[in-house]
Design a binder for this molecule. Structure first.
Ligand code: ADP
Length: 426
């Protein structure tokens, strides 16, 4: 076959470039038809084609003036193709009379499509491959003028611009589609993950609740009997008394941990809170008072300051009491004898500002970002002996967040700290 000799026509890179454009066997398209119509009119040629030359056929992306059945088929084998020569050489092909032209005189297009005069311009991709041709055809011998060839050249450029526009649009569309698909897959993965995490979270909460409850009763017994034994120290050896005291101290630590875990569990699992109005100043005063003994035993200068106004908030009294208790008891716990602890309630525009300020051990800067994480405890030379669970501040933050408030703190190591929060006034 004639076309088998054409190296560039069958070149696999060129064919791949053609395939990438996704134009073969696509429907008729008005934007290409406009260009063939224009070529046909301006050059006054009865036929004009946008031909894409495939391995063994040429496909007409657009055609004006072809006879049937070619007009409907929109393709011919390469035995009927002049355009394959344009593609093979990547150069224009100008033929005045095909019947006597050595390159095409045997081409079947002469008899079957009545192609007598032909002018074709290569359609070249940005990476240099000729994928087809824009051509005009006449059924009579004809000398093509240089002006006509220039027009054809310009229009071939326009065909390529159209193809490239389409290519970048398709590329964008493909990227968008890919992004969309990726985001959908990620969304699904996240949903599954979220469900698994929620299930695990529920399981964990349930286990903590059961374990904490089940531990509290036997622990109560251990502590109760220890206390009873300490009432009869006169019949016990001295070192046995120390043992029992140690059991009681450990029991108290465990009880604090269990109570903190249960409080946290209660706060985090509470849903649709029905908050009641409560006088915050009174609540703060009450919690301050319950810590008077502890402050006195710690030999602290302990004071309460508040504006006279009763400041009201909407909240859960049990939770807020717990938050206040944690902040005040921390200040007492982490301030050495002789220091000061001041509990303050103030109004700041539409908010209550609650603060506990102490002249205690303070917190090194490096530890400050993690203070509100569950179980995080700061270990400094001054505080490592002080018992605690590391749950108090985490609990406070949870409670205040749930009341649409904001926790505040400031601490300077070895100087003192201020912990507090803002709450919206009801
Ligand atoms: P803990 O049960 O250990 O007191 P918290 O969550 O209440 O747990 O506090 C976390 C850590 O923050 C504590 O271990 C302590 O080191 C530090 N901290 C909290 N309040 C103060 C304070 N007023 N002064 C100094 N350190 C504090």
């Amino acid at each position: 076959m004639v076309y088998a000799d054409f190296v560039m026509v069958t070149n696999s890179d060129r064919l791949a470039a053609l395939q990438r454009l996704c134009l073969l066997d696509t429907p008729v398209d008005p934007s290409f038809d406009r260009l063939t119509r224009l070529a046909s009119r301006m050059i006054k040629a009865p036929v004009s084609l946008v031909t894409l030359v495939d391995r063994d056929r040429q496909f007409f992306k657009s055609q004006i003036g072809l006879p049937e059945p070619w007009a409907t088929m929109r393709e011919t084998p390469l035995s009927h193709s002049f355009c394959q020569h344009v593609v093979d050489t990547n150069k224009p092909l100008i033929i005045n009379d095909s019947r006597i032209h050595p390159l095409v005189s045997n081409n079947l297009a002469i008899t079957d499509l009545n192609v007598i005069a032909y002018a074709g311009m290569p359609l070249v991709t940005s990476d240099g491959y000729a994928i087809g041709s824009l051509c005009v055809i006449d059924h009579e011998p004809r000398v093509w003028t240089s002006e006509e060839i220039e027009i054809l050249d310009d229009l071939a450029e326009s065909v390529m611009t159209e193809i490239q526009l389409r290519e970048s649009y398709d590329e964008r569309h493909r990227i968008e589609q890919k992004l969309y698909e990726t985001s959908q897959t990620q969304l699904k993965e996240m949903e599954t993950l979220y469900k698994r995490v929620s299930d695990l979270e529920r399981m964990k909460t349930e286990m903590i609740r059961v374990a904490a409850h089940d531990l509290r009763n036997p622990l109560g017994l251990v502590m109760g009997y220890s206390e009873l034994m300490l009432e009869e120290t006169e019949v016990m050896a001295e070192h046995h008394v120390e043992f029992v005291q140690s059991i009681l101290r450990s029991g108290q630590k465990m009880l604090k941990l269990i109570n903190d875990i249960l409080s946290l569990e209660r706060v985090t699992s509470a849903q649709n809170n029905q908050y009641q109005p409560l006088v915050f100043t009174d609540l703060a005063r009450e919690v301050y008072d319950t810590n008077l003994d502890a402050a006195r035993s710690a030999n602290l200068h302990y004071t309460f300051e508040s504006e006279d106004l009763p400041l009201t908030v909407l909240g859960d009294v049990v939770q807020l009491r717990e938050a206040l208790e944690n902040l005040i008891s921390n200040a007492i716990k982490y301030t050495p004898a002789g220091g000061t602890v001041t509990v303050r309630v103030r109004r700041q525009s539409e908010h209550i500002l609650f603060q506990v300020e102490d002249s205690g051990y303070g917190i090194p800067e490096a530890d400050q970002t993690r203070l509100f994480q569950a179980f995080y405890r700061v270990h400094t030379d001054e505080t490592y002996r002080i018992a605690g669970t590391g749950l108090g501040l985490h609990l406070v933050k949870n409670i205040i967040d749930r009341h649409a408030g904001e926790v505040v703190f400031k601490s300077v190591y070895q100087k003192g700290s201020m912990f507090g929060f803002f709450l919206p006034i009801a």
